[in-house]
Design a protein around this ligand. Structure first.
Ligand code: NDP
Ligand code: 2IT
Length: 455
């Protein structure tokens, strides 16, 4: 491939590349979307850097190293045999062992896990820690299942997965539908199968090798990212009205941190709709939500019955007026129209706790309006960063103090923010955090791949 030297040629090359990705990966819209979002930034950056073209670096990054797909058989409480599909996508290990969560949700497809593993590669690079990108999961629905059913499913899932993971090979963690309970069952089964006690998962319980603040890290990090973007504009959280979606791990710790920093959160959601509490979701109400979601495993609509709030069935919170928005539930949960509604209602910033929650049309709207926008690979990297620190602690067989870890998380998010500014500053004072995070994440992985030659 020859030098790319003009904007027209760059555009032509990008289009040809995306057409190739679509042809090779038919019926995988989320994967196409994620690759486009990154390639769009990278092709301009590498226009005058022919070595990346010559070595087909972007093409290789968008082709996973390998994908493992397996049957997961288990028995439900009625004695029925159930069959699900399990996956692990090992996208790229140029800078460290594959690392990324496991998702249990009925919507899981190969397309979704390929997009997540691709994104994870850039996110993990941004943290500055030595972690490659991977993601796994199954189309298993934990909702309505007993603890014993979840345990049997996790054991069956690990009985195949254990062949493909290891502390220097691939280290999964949690994601949607995989929290402390599931990690415990998965770790227990790995230990039984191999008779080894090693750090093959992160997000573990504190009793068996987990790290302090891993549970809080993603939500806190998403809010820190916004704090840093606001600080650059000489602004703060003080008095800001915030909308948050989701009511799982990421959402609840985002709410906790927003409250600490003086903001007011007025929404939470789940897949059935959102609740609007104009008085704000304070620490007591939040503790009630955590109990509802992690112990009782109930629906967010119950919040509206418990507190003075309204429930909006089948809707998402982006129609509520706010200063700042934090999508923390799932991919493609903010449409182009919803992004425009946020902007019209005066929203000045969006920080993405979930992975790829805003569709491309919505991202274009944020950028056109020049509001503060922290894309997921930067904004939610705090979780995997503390996972990386959990791996370090496991390797050294020590546990760091909460103070040390809190500082490391805060510094990591500040570092990611600053890298985004370095690569994303557009001259007129506007920082394109999407471009900045894509390029900053790309460079380290790409240069490692160049060092290895054609492998
Ligand atoms: P949880 O399972 O703890 O919570 C997920 C929340 O999102 C629940 O409220 C769930 O509602 C809602 N949700 C899930 N799927 C959908 C859907 N299709 N439509 C509407 N709502 C949905 O997951 P996490 O909080 O861990 O993950 C949330 C997001 O953050 C995901 O995008 C994940 O990839 C991302 N993330 C997570 C990290 C982590 O450390 N956990 C790290 C970085 C990113 P319901 O209960 O009804 O399903
Ligand atoms: O999307 C993510 O970054 C995660 N689900 C966390 C991954 C990890 O390995 O901690």
């Amino acid at each position: 491939m020859s030098k790319i030297s003009s904007p027209e040629k760059t555009q032509e090359y990008l289009e040809r590349f995306i057409a190739g990705v679509k042809k090779r990966n038919p019926g995988e819209p989320e994967f196409h979307q994620a690759v486009y979002e990154v390639a769009h930034s990278i092709f301009s950056y590498i226009a005058d850097k022919p070595h990346y073209h010559d070595m087909q670096i972007v093409e290789r990054m968008a082709e996973p190293d390998r994908i493992i797909i397996f049957r997961v058989c288990w028995e439900d409480d009625e004695g029925n045999i159930r069959v699900n599909r399990g996956y692990r996508v090992q996208n790229n290990n140029a800078i460290g062992p594959y690392k990324g969560g496991i998702r249990f949700h009925p919507s899981v497809t190969l397309s979704i896990l390929k997009f997540l593993a691709f994104e994870q590669t850039f996110k993990n690079s941004l943290t500055g820690l030595p972690m490659g990108g991977g993601k796994g999961g199954a189309d298993f629905n934990p909702k309505g299942k007993s603890n014993n059913e979840v345990m049997r499913f996790c054991q069956s899932f690990m009985t195949t997965l254990f062949h493909h993971i290891g502390p220097d090979l691939d280290v999964p963690a949690g994601d949607i539908g995989v929290g402390a309970r599931e990690i415990g069952y998965l770790f227990g089964q790995y230990k039984r199968l191999t008779n080894q006690f090693v750090g093959i998962l992160t997000g573990k319980g504190l009793e068996y090798g987990g790290s302090l603040i891993r549970t809080e890290a993603t939500g806190y990090g998403t809010v820190y990212m916004m704090e840093d973007m606001l600080a650059l504009k000489k602004d703060s959280f003080e008095g800001k009205v915030c909308t948050v979606s989701g009511s799982g791990n990421v959402a609840t710790y985002a709410v906790e941190k927003i409250n600490h920093l003086g903001g007011k959160v007025v929404t939470l959601s789940d897949s059935s709709g959102y609740v609007h509490d104009a008085d704000g979701i304070d620490a007591d109400k939040l503790a009630w939500v955590v109990d509802l979601k992690t112990v009782k495993r109930g629906r967010i609509s119950e919040y509206a019955k418990e507190f003075k709030a309204t429930f909006h069935e089948g809707k998402r919170p982006w129609e509520v007026e706010c200063d700042l928005a934090f999508p923390c539930a799932t991919q493609n949960e903010v449409s182009g129209d919803e992004a425009r509604t946020l902007i019209k209602n005066g929203c000045i910033g969006v920080s993405e706790g979930a992975n790829m929650p805003t569709v491309q049309d919505g991202i274009d709207a944020y950028q056109e309006a020049k509001i503060l926008f922290a894309p997921s690979k930067a904004a939610n990297a705090g979780g995997v960063a503390v996972s990386g620190l959990e791996m370090s602690q496991n390797s050294a067989r020590i546990s760091w103090s909460e103070d040390e870890l809190q500082k490391l998380l805060r510094d990591t998010m500040q570092g990611i923010h600053d890298k985004c500014v370095e690569y994303g500053e557009e001259g007129d004072g506007y920082v394109n955090y999407l471009k900045g995070s894509n390029i900053a994440g790309f460079v380290k992985v790409a240069d490692a791949m160049l060092a290895y030659g054609v492998v």
